[in-house]
Each structure stands twice: as structure tokens, then as C-alpha cells.
Design a protein around this ligand. Structure first.
Ligand SMILES: [Zn+2]
Length: 254
């Protein structure tokens, strides 16, 4: 992305957007929004170069200043979501390294997450081999925390709005589970798809993938196929995102 000079009122930058601490009173650091690990290695490397003033002008990756404590508190949930996405996309908790090298590496180095994903919500051992398509039941709270972190960051980065309160709702659902009408409402920037009314599918993630479609105006594409987001602040503030062209999310502050 091209970095755009930020003319936001500096008074709005007084607090960490996550905990409300006064930024100048605590150690702070730049946090990537979206979560950097969701992007390809190539783009992450280009972004790091840009930060050292070496990269191309389109290689900026969006980031916001937050307190260091909050920044590091998100890591384990972000890592968890990354594992879930890799497992779902590869259709296995033990993907074939020849076919899914990135997924295999990530899941192999996160055995504790793999173990936790074998449990059903009721605590029963999850016989994932029996479910077709491959299905995991991730902890919705962990996924939600990453979605809210990124939504707050997007709103702050794009419109300079620190949203210190808890959102009115957070919802996420695989794109392919939306009906055509819901999909249309979701893709239209100035409308809320109201994913909150969707049945509790957030914790149920299956493997089918939609064909990637070219994305229309209003959406900010951080990396094609990896991450895009849209913000509507005409009424309430609604942040929508699509992660890996698979997971649709919507976070709303009334
Ligand atoms: Zn904080």
C-alpha cells in the first residue's frame, strides 16, 4: 500500500486504542494492522524493508502505535488464528509439507494449538477424520480478539478514530456460508450485512473455498487473496474484513 500522510488530530493519539493507557506514560510500539502473519512472507519482507526506508513506495504495511503490553498480548491469539486458517485451508491438522509447505511448517511448530483443535467444544476428543468436509471448532473468543484488534486498528489508521469501548457486535463466518443476498450486502461497502444475525457458525469453519473474485471499490486490499478491509463510518462505525478470501468478519461500534 502507499503510505498516506496522517493528518489526524494529534490529541486522538494520546491513548493506546486497546487499553486506554496514556501512550506517553508507557512503553509503546508499532503494531501491524492487519496482523502481519496473515500476509505472505514476501510482502512481510517488503514491508520490513520499507520501514527501514529501503522498500518501494507501495510496500508500506499499515501500522498503529499501541502500548507494548497490548501489542505482545495479542501474539498468542494471532498465532492461534493463523494455525486455524492453515488447518482449514489445507484440510488437515497435519498437512502434507510437499503440498502445503507453509501450513505444514506453521502447524508443526505449534503442537499445542494443534492439540487444542482436536477437542470438540464439549471437551470430547474431536474425530476430525470422520467429518467431511474437514471441520475444526476453534475457540471463538480467541478469533474474536484478533478480529477486534484489527478492526480497531483499521478504524484508527483510516479515520483516526480511537474506539476505546467494546464493539456492539463482532461476527465472523466463512464467505461461502453466506447466502447470495448476504454476500451482496457484505461486499457493498455502505451497508452492514449484519452478520450478527447469522446463526452461530463463527466457531464452525469448514474447508470449501470460494473462487477468488476481483474486488470492487471501497475495499482496501492489503494483499490480494490474503487480506482486505472496508470501513463505513456514515452512521455507526462498521469494519469489515476478508481474511484469505475465506473468512468474512464484521465489527460494529454503534
Ligand atoms: Zn494498551
Amino acid at each position: 500500500m502507499r503510505e498516506i500522510e496522517d493528518f489526524t488530530d494529534d490529541r486522538l493519539k494520546a491513548w493506546c486504542i486497546h487499553c486506554g493507557n496514556v501512550i506517553s506514560d508507557v512503553p509503546s510500539s508499532r503494531d501491524h494492522v492487519p496482523t502481519k502473519s496473515l500476509l505472505s512472507k514476501n510482502l512481510r519482507e517488503r514491508g520490513a524493508k520499507y520501514d527501514r526506508a529501503l522498500g518501494g513506495e507501495l510496500d508500506y504495511l499499515p501500522q498503529v502505535l499501541v502500548c507494548r503490553q497490548c501489542n505482545s498480548n495479542f501474539s498468542s491469539d494471532e498465532n492461534y488464528l493463523l494455525c486455524v486458517l492453515h488447518a482449514v485451508m489445507a484440510g488437515s491438522l497435519y498437512p502434507d509439507p510437499a503440498k502445503y509447505p507453509e501450513a505444514a511448517t506453521v502447524l508443526r511448530s505449534n503442537r499445542h494449538v494443534v492439540r487444542s483443535l482436536k477437542n470438540m467444544p464439549d471437551g470430547q476428543l474431536f474425530l476430525f477424520d470422520d467429518l467431511q468436509p474437514f471441520t475444526v471448532f476453534p475457540d471463538p473468543d480467541k478469533v474474536r480478539r484478533v478480529i477486534v484488534k484489527n478492526a480497531r486498528g483499521h478504524a484508527y489508521h483510516e479515520i483516526g478514530e480511537p474506539l476505546l469501548e467494546a464493539p456492539s457486535y463482532v461476527a465472523f463466518v466463512p464467505l461461502q456460508q453466506l447466502t447470495p443476498e448476504h454476500r451482496k450486502a457484505f461486499e457493498a461497502v455502505n451497508s452492514s450485512a449484519n452478520l450478527a444475525v447469522w446463526p452461530e457458525v463463527g466457531s464452525r469453519m469448514t474447508v470449501h473455498l470460494l473462487d477468488g473474485e476481483a474486488m470492487v471499490g471501497g475495499w482496501i486490499t492489503v494483499e490480494p487473496g490474503r487480506y482486505r478491509y472496508a470501513i463505513d463510518w456514515s452512521d455507526a462505525i462498521t469494519v469489515k474484513s476478508v481474511i484469505w478470501e475465506y473468512l468474512a468478519t464484521e465489527t460494529r461500534w454503534e
